[in-house]
Ligand binder design. Structure first.
Ligand SMILES: Nc1ncnc2c1ncn2[C@@H]1O[C@H](COP(=O)(O)OP(=O)(O)OP(=O)(O)O)[C@@H](O)[C@H]1O
Ligand SMILES: [Mg+2]
Ligand SMILES: [Zn+2]
Length: 272
């Protein structure tokens, strides 16, 4: 082994130090090399955290529009203030900042374009951004990037919050669901460990029996396991109760805050 080494930055010869009981000598990292290494570590960490959040958003099945939702950027007025506060409250609950409240879900009821989906997506988006990322995940993402992986090829980073529309849920549930199969694709949503958002409840106009059976199975499971659910709908309370069935509605009453949103005109009209 060469008995001289030089700093790759300033070229100065590196000092050596004896370690252990034997006469093992190690080279001491030069100050400028240490700085370079620390800067690289900070950059790697920044890259990994940003990538982990993007991968979590994918795993949550947020749409491109949903990914833009944010409590910081949200326009707040008298029509949606309660819903935004409800969303922030739920977020704190999911992050473990609030403990002594058995209600852990939201039913967002409102007119077209009033911002229901926006609030639901903001909860998931902020959760994914704030939930800690493990060192193991950080190291894995950095090593994958160094091997040339792009976002699409990285090992997925799973989010415990899932988003799905009612019509997609219905299709997945009845295409693939089998009570004896624990790996059914519908289970990803039914068993989402923190939060399941079911968007646009009340849009299916056929097979009410099958719709109600699906909701009873999913909502009863989440209710019994103490898992949060958010529902968005255009249906007023009475119609929502008829649509979901008494048993499902009763469970929602017990575990969710019901919040009304009414926008005088669709917020879609303000999008430039
Ligand atoms: N608080 C807000 N601040 C800024 N933009 C918002 C806000 N709420 C909603 N929007 C925007 O307004 C549009 C309509 O909102 P959203 O899709 O959430 O309505 P909705 O109540 O789910 O409507 P629908 O009943 O038709 O599903 C979206 O483009 C959304 O990004
Ligand atoms: Mg919507
Ligand atoms: Zn140096």
């Amino acid at each position: 082994m060469a008995n001289k080494r030089f700093c790759v930055v300033c070229g100065k010869e590196k000092e050596q130090r004896l370690v252990g009981f034997g006469d093992i000598k190690v080279f001491i990292e030069c100050e400028c090399e240490r700085k370079l290494r620390e800067e690289k570590e900070i950059k790697n960490r920044g890259f990994a955290l940003k990538t982990a959040v993007e991968l979590r958003d994918r795993s949550s099945h947020l749409s491109t529009l949903g990914r833009r939702a944010s409590f910081d950027k949200a326009i707040s007025d008298e029509h949606n203030e309660r819903a935004l506060n409800g969303g922030k409250y739920l977020l704190d609950k999911l992050l473990g900042k609030i403990e002594d409240d058995k209600k852990d879900g939201l039913v967002l009821i409102g007119t077209r374009g009033s911002g229901k989906t926006y609030v639901a997506c903001a909860v998931i988006k902020e959760f994914n951004a704030q939930y800690p990322v493990s060192d193991e995940t950080i190291n894995k993402l950095v090593s994958e990037r160094d091997r040339g992986f792009s976002l699409k090829w990285h090992t997925p980073v799973s989010s415990p919050c899932k988003f799905i529309t009612e019509s997609d849920l219905f299709a997945i549930y009845y295409d693939n669901f089998n009570y004896r199969r624990v790996d059914s694709p519908a289970n990803e949503f039914k068993c989402a460990e923190k939060l399941l958002v079911i968007d646009d409840v009340g849009t299916l106009h056929h097979e009410l029996g099958r719709i109600q059976a699906m909701y009873l199975n999913i909502i009863d499971y989440r209710y019994s396991e103490g898992l949060s659910t958010v529902i968005t709908t255009n249906l007023p309370r009475k119609e929502l109760c008829d649509y979901l069935g008494d048993r499902v509605y009763d469970r929602l009453l017990s575990c969710c805050y019901f919040v009304d949103l009414t926008a005088p005109q669709s917020r879609r009209d303000n999008v430039i």
